[in-house]
Write a protein that binds this ligand. Structure first.
Ligand code: PHE
Length: 382
């Protein structure tokens, strides 16, 4: 009796496996998981668009190993718990040979153990928490990590903002936020600064007034807010309402057109660090910006400029394709070996070299919100 349901499920999965998508011999299936809807939807959509552009360019140039890449994309709804489910499905049911994703570290951390166990290489375009690639030797990223980003923002606070006392406001639901807060604090104290007060919130909260009142009472020179854009925008609004008139600044998690749409004048003048700005570009990056602007449009029909997630999404897919070409196979272990040795790969975000921890070492840029747009301030090299 207890066997029957299992057999029925196995039979059903077998049918779906052969019936749903093209035969695996015709194409190379690559899985992507992203936050295409929900709270961090702009992250997933940007990253996805960059990835799609790369796959289209690869296929137009003849594909990989004589085959076209088929990108299978799953939405995790920006929700905890979904990434594991969709990535298992991509691997077990769809038979993808590699996984691209995610932007948010907590969601990459859900998928990484599954890819590691299945010996399927995973490349996160833009998750910056160190733990992501520490999961195992099949897990890579094409961006810098938060010990670097935290130090960059600590130096920025002391040197550019000339802050002596900084408050830190952390999203305790996010591995990214907790990590970045920690590395910022270490760096800021090292540079002679003082952390005047530390407070927590939960991503998705709507009312931050109690914590902001406590922050105001500690009279810091600035507030470090390593959160994502929706929360960051609401926090900036409520800080202004409470008369907390000091700079608020954050990391790459602030980067979204929605930061300005939600925060409006409350986010003006504030700063954040990120990976890329379309104005600072190599020849390769200029090509990417042009192709992206041709391919994607804003809601009002004007050409859309790529952000960091789009550029890193593009690079993650390009590097994977290059690794499969050099490995002359899609075999997970062989592709992993080539990825681990990848040096000076020229992409939209500059050169990517994968180090011994399977991370990339790259410069950070600091941007300022100016007249509703993100203005380039400076580049900080590692
Ligand atoms: N680095 C962030 C994280 O690890 C995600 C992110 C990347 C957000 C790039 C914006 C831009 O969670």
């Amino acid at each position: 009796m207890r066997w029957l349901p299992l057999l029925a499920i196995a039979a059903l999965l077998g049918t779906l496996g052969t019936g749903c998508s093209k035969k695996s011999s015709d194409v190379i299936k690559v899985g992507e998981f992203a936050s295409l809807s929900g709270k961090e939807a702009t992250f997933g959509n940007s990253s996805h668009e960059g990835t799609v552009l790369a796959v289209e360019e690869i296929n137009a140039a003849g594909g990989v190993l004589g085959k076209k890449i088929e990108l299978l994309t799953e939405d995790n709804l920006s929700k905890a718990g979904e990434s594991g489910t969709v990535v298992s499905k991509l691997i077990d049911r769809d038979g993808v040979v590699a996984i691209l994703g995610e932007v948010a570290s907590s969601r990459s951390l859900e998928a990484a153990p599954i890819c590691q166990r299945s010996k399927i290489p995973m490349i996160s375009p833009s998750s910056t928490n160190p733990k992501v690639t520490e999961t195992g030797d099949y897990i890579f990223r094409v961006c810098f990590i938060d010990p670097f980003q935290g130090t960059v923002m600590a130096n920025f606070a002391s040197k550019t903002l000339k802050a002596k006392k900084v408050a830190v406001f952390t999203d305790v639901k996010s591995d990214y936020s907790k990590g970045l807060a920690k590395y910022f604090k270490e760096g800021f104290i090292k540079s002679g600064g003082e952390i005047s007060v530390e407070l927590d919130f939960n991503g998705g909260d709507k009312d931050f007034k109690a914590q902001l009142t406590a922050i105001k009472a500690a009279s810091p020179d600035a507030v470090f807010l390593p959160g994502y854009y929706t929360d960051a925008a609401l926090i900036c609004i409520q800080a202004k309402q409470l008369g907390l008139n000091v700079p608020l600044f954050g990391g790459d998690g602030w980067e979204s057109e929605d930061l300005v749409k939600i925060g409006k004048e409350a986010v003006e003048g504030n700063f954040f660090s990120t990976h890329y700005h379309p104005d600072v570009s190599s020849a390769k990056s200029k090509q990417f910006v042009e192709a992206y602007r041709k391919r994607f449009k804003n809601q009002d029909g004007t050409p859309k400029s790529p952000d960091a997630m789009a550029a890193l999404g593009y690079d993650s897919a390009m590097i994977l394709a290059e690794a499969m070409k050099r490995a002359a196979t899609t075999d997970g272990a062989k592709v992993r070996d080539v990825l681990a040795a990848m040096k000076d790969f020229e992409g939209a975000t500059g050169k990517t070299t994968i180090n011994e921890k399977r991370d990339a070492t790259k410069p950070a840029v600091i941007l300022q919100v100016k007249d509703g747009a993100f203005k380039y301030v400076e580049t900080i090299s590692p």
